[in-house]
Write a protein that binds this ligand. Structure first.
Ligand code: ATP
Length: 586
């Protein structure tokens, strides 16, 4: 197939903004493409050589492309750069200079699609010493044999600037029309795409086996499935109504989505955008190898950063340390992760994407051997808005963003690639920094583990309520202590230790160790949220809820100058919460 046929169609596509016309041109191109080239032609129309998850890009830098254009056209680099300043598009510049050249040099070997694809592929895969020269020469070689119009598109392709504006969905339409017998085949072609994320592979299937072949398309291990996403609603009542009165609510963990493909002992991890991120999370891959009991499986999970000392969840930002090529080992130690599993899409040869959610969930529970750092996402099945609200607050307090409420009806399939109403997120609709420190009373402690074995992992802190003359818990704080601080803590608190909860302390949490309310420490948190667990301001803002400080950190100041009754009061925390809300709504 001549590359000129592609370039001609690209020109026509470039000349229109109408999607229908674009589709027609694409249909024309696909129809004249030989069967064995269909996947390559489809990738090329997207400016690619492979589906995104393969992670191979042509990526030629402008400087190198300028050199190649200079070499192919016989002009100086300076001339090319001058013209590029005017056009802003090296493709156009190459086209212009080649037009002049072809008037003199009429003898050319026509470029084929096979040749263009093959050379681009070599450029994409070239690495190491000499690869720069190889890439430049390959590109210059292609351009020397290209007609001016072809050169324009080749240059844009290698620079990642083809941008014909053909959406994936337009390609699917065109495939359905060209080879599926018409637009009615579109839904089947689209499903195949949603479960494979590979337009080229879908094109091959439809060309070779028609729409019947596409209908038989199944998920396959190692090939990512496009993510199912959630819609959003603002209240438990609306959510329950939309989901038919009852739903399974799950914690919406604040981490990175991972789609894990386990094939015997080999685990590949894909991100929400379906990039292969296995190298960022070797520890997560290991956890999956160990705790997924099936031989083969595709499982979805949220990967969350945890505090190595306390085991508590950390905010999403901590995972950014994993986004690096080098030093992952170190980041792995400093920012370990836990996995919270929330879906099973394939288990031991069985495609589960068309099963209802409770069926998938049951299989998920059977497939995962839960462990310290591998858990099924916390869930609660309910038809009661109050209960849903409580569960939401608990989720937020535990360091989550809120809930994802999922349909448990018969038709609750995995809607790959779609943002639909089968999943509805319920998030806090405010967020604000807590800027002031608070002085809280240490009323209890929890034993530490790992590096903190033998001392405390977290302290239970309370605010003072002068009306009732009692101390009401508001947070569990395990961050901000130096090793030295930590070592001293049990010794320092020893004299205040008591066998049971102090009568003036109100707590629904069971601490490992209780103290008489005496020691005051200075703390700062990220925000204040409603909480079904902490007793501070219970029933003040909302019935059944108290207030909690999220992501608290000890500032290092022991307020030995203050008595417990001088600490921050419940009322002050209510004021802070209200001000925070005001700031958000203003
Ligand atoms: P957001 O920025 O709000 O996360 P989003 O577009 O990335 O938006 P949403 O559709 O809003 O995604 O929410 C789904 C995301 O929530 C998933 O991509 C996943 O990463 C995360 N998540 C956390 N816990 C769960 C869970 N239990 N079930 C499904 N998704 C979850």
């Amino acid at each position: 197939m001549k590359y000129a046929s592609i370039a001609d169609v690209y020109e026509k596509i470039e000349a229109t903004t109408k999607r229908l016309e674009m589709t027609d041109h694409l249909v024309e191109l696909l129809k004249q493409t030989p069967k064995d080239l269909i996947d390559k032609v489809v990738y090329l129309t997207q400016g690619k050589l492979y589906p995104d998850f393969i992670g191979i890009e042509i990526g030629i830098a402008e400087k190198m492309a300028v050199r190649a254009v200079a070499k192919a056209t016989g002009h100086s680099e300076k001339e090319i750069v001058e013209d590029l300043k005017k056009t802003g598009d090296l493709g156009k510049t190459a086209q212009k200079f080649l037009e002049e050249k072809t008037q003199v040099q009429l003898f050319q070997e026509p470029l084929t699609v096979e040749k263009v694809y093959g050379d681009l592929d070599k450029m994409a895969k070239a690495t190491g010493a000499g690869s720069m020269d190889l890439k430049k020469n390959l590109l210059a070689g292609l351009l020397s044999n290209a007609a001016s119009k072809e050169a324009k598109f080749i240059v844009r392709t290698v620079m990642g600037q083809l941008r014909l504006g053909i959406a994936d969905m337009t390609v699917l339409d065109a495939l359905a029309i060209a080879y599926g017998g018409g637009k009615q085949a579109r839904e089947h072609v689209e499903r195949a795409y949603n479960i494979s994320a590979d337009l080229g592979r879908v094109a091959r299937a439809v060309v070779e086996k028609g729409v019947e072949g596409v209908k038989k398309f199944e998920v396959s291990l190692g090939k990512p499935i496009r993510s199912m996403l959630a819609e959003r609603l603002g209240s438990p009542e609306e959510i329950l109504e939309k989901l038919g009165g009852k739903c399974i609510a799950e914690y919406k963990y604040d981490g990175e989505r991972i789609q894990a493909h386990k094939k015997e002992n080999q685990v590949t991890l894909f991100s929400r955008r379906l990039e292969d991120i296995t190298n960022q999370y070797p520890d997560a891959a290991e956890l999956l190898r160990k705790h997924v009991k099936a031989k083969d499986a595709i499982i979805e999970a949220e990967c969350v950063a945890i505090d190595p000392d306390t085991g508590e969840m950390r905010p999403f930002q901590d995972l950014m340390h994993r986004r690096r090529k080098y030093g992952v080992e170190k980041a792995m130690k400093e920012y370990p992760v836990s996995l919270f599993m929330f879906d099973a899409l394939y288990v031991d040869g069985r495609d589960l994407t068309l099963e209802s959610y409770l069926v998938r969930h049951k299989i998920l529970e059977k497939t995962i051997g839960q462990a310290d750092r591998v858990k099924i996402a916390q869930y609660h099945i309910t038809n009661n808005p109050e209960e849903l609200e409580r569960f939401f607050e608990k989720a937020v307090e535990d360091g989550c963003e809120g809930l994802i409420c999922k349909s448990i009806n018969e038709d609750s399939v995995y809607q790959a690639g779609a943002r639909g109403w089968l999943w509805i997120k319920y998030k806090r609709d405010y967020k604000s920094e807590m800027t002031d420190t608070v002085e809280l009373v240490v009323v209890g402690a929890f034993y530490g583990r790992g590096k903190r074995a033998g001392t405390y992992g977290a302290l239970l802190l309370a605010a003072y309520d002068p009306d009732e003359d009692s101390f009401k818990t508001v947070t569990k704080c395990g961050t901000g202590f130096t090793d030295e601080n930590l070592k001293k803590l049990p010794e320092m608190m020893k004299e205040h230790k008591i066998p049971n909860k102090h009568p003036r302390v109100q707590s629904t949490l069971e601490a490992d160790v209780w103290f008489e309310p005496t020691v005051v420490i200075e703390t700062i948190g990220a925000e204040i949220t409603l909480s079904p667990i902490h007793t501070c301001a219970m029933n003040v803002i909302r019935k059944g809820s108290g207030l909690a400080i999220r992501f608290p950190r000890f500032t290092g100041n022991y307020r030995l100058d203050k008595s417990a009754e001088d600490g921050t009061t419940v009322n002050e925390i209510v004021q802070m919460y209200r001000n925070q809300l005001k700031k958000f709504t203003e």
